[in-house]
Design a protein around this ligand. Structure first.
Ligand code: HEC
Length: 162
């Protein structure tokens, strides 16, 4: 039994030498979501505190993010999160992509699906009140220009969507 405990401990120690690099991209005020859309200070705060850790290139890593395999798990969240909604490339993508992200933002806020539950266990300050969910939902709605609906219709007509 002791043998196994040592073996597992050994694997954990060795695994510490395999660390993915942390994501730390420069903040570009010409294209960053908050810089471009200039929301109220309160909304900007909520976005930074509750969303940017998974939806931007400037996540704040907690100390335990240095531990393998937690670091892989966190980086995976950021990678997946940014594939759907990315504050850092906001000003570089097509209008329809921004419109689509804003539409999903409204849905996520209305359903209170974000921030992820697993994240809130560790980040009490990132919890949103009902009124903050409503404010964020309204704000995302205000970013919409309907161009995603047009793009979606085009894709449907072209048979690219069913
Ligand atoms: C702990 C990481 C994490 C945090 C914090 C977080 N998200 Fe996400 N978010 C994800 C991941 C992972 C996905 C993609 C998978 C999924 O939809 O669950 C995602 C998906 C999304 C999507 C796309 C949904 C879709 O179906 O296309 C939106 C919009 C979004 N998040 C908005 C937000 C907003 C707004 C906040 C802050 C209030 C936030 N997220 C906070 C991890 C996070």
């Amino acid at each position: 039994m002791k043998k196994y405990v040592y073996a597992i401990a050994g694997v954990i120690v060795l695994a510490q030498f395999i660390r993915p690099s942390k994501i730390a991209e420069p903040l570009d005020n010409a294209v960053d979501l908050i810089a471009v859309t200039k929301p109220s200070a309160e909304i900007a705060d909520v976005l930074r505190t509750s969303c940017y850790d998974c939806h931007s290139g400037q996540p704040r890593y907690p100390w335990y993010a240095s531990i393998t395999p937690v670091n892989w798990w966190i980086n995976q969240h950021i990678k997946e999160g940014r594939e759907h909604f990315d504050a850092t490339t906001w000003g570089t993508v097509e209008n329809w992509s921004r419109d689509h992200q804003a539409k999903e933002g409204v849905e996520m806020m209305d359903q209170k699906e974000m921030p992820l539950k697993s994240y809130l266990w560790q980040h009490a300050d990132a919890k949103l009140s009902d009124s903050q969910y409503q404010q964020l939902s309204d704000w995302f709605q205000g970013l919409r220009d309907g161009s995603w609906d047009v793009e979606k219709a085009r894709r449907k007509a072209a048979g690219e969507l069913n």
